[in-house]
Design a protein around this ligand. Structure first.
Ligand code: CU
Length: 154
């Protein structure tokens, strides 16, 4: 009897974090920063079981974190802050492919290849309830082709 009760309690406590388990984040990454660079972009894939919205982000290594969209204006790639990113139920949203990224502004320290950087995202369900989702991003080496960083408007 006692065992069954414990199993039940475990299931309940799993369910609390679990709303977080309803949201899956994978392939989160950014690039190592060049000397003097004080901003960075994070890409990731996010899947929410239920229809939801990504409504906020806070990253440990940055003074400010935002969600950005990228749009081509003529030959120029421009970035804009967005308030929310739609997460259709069960659909893997690749921020990069969807034209979004997370933006770290005012880095507190350089991002070093091979290390990781942590962020916390806020996902709002259709019921208005917010869930915090941890994101651990791999830091890839700075590549020559990391062109986006140079178009940064901040
Ligand atoms: Cu940006």
């Amino acid at each position: 009897m006692k065992r069954i009760l414990m199993a039940g309690m475990l299931a309940v406590s799993a369910a609390t974090t679990a709303y977080a388990a309803d949201v899956k984040v994978s392939d989160a990454w950014t690039r190592a920063t060049a000397p003097g660079q004080d901003g960075a972009m994070i890409q990731l894939v996010i899947t929410s079981k239920k229809a939801a919205k990504l409504v906020g982000v806070a990253c440990k290594d940055a003074n400010m974190s935002e969600m950005h969209s990228m749009v081509m204006e003529g030959d120029l790639m421009k970035m804009r802050q967005v308030d929310a990113i739609e997460l259709p139920a069960g659909k893997a949203v690749d921020l990069g492919e969807a034209g979004y990224h997370l933006m770290l502004i005012g880095l507190k320290k350089p991002l070093v290849a091979g290390k990781k950087t942590n962020c916390e995202m806020v996902v709002r369900g259709a019921d208005g309830k917010d869930t915090k989702v941890q994101v651990i991003s791999k830091i890839k080496p700075l590549a020559e082709s990391a062109h986006h960083e140079h178009m940064h408007h901040h």
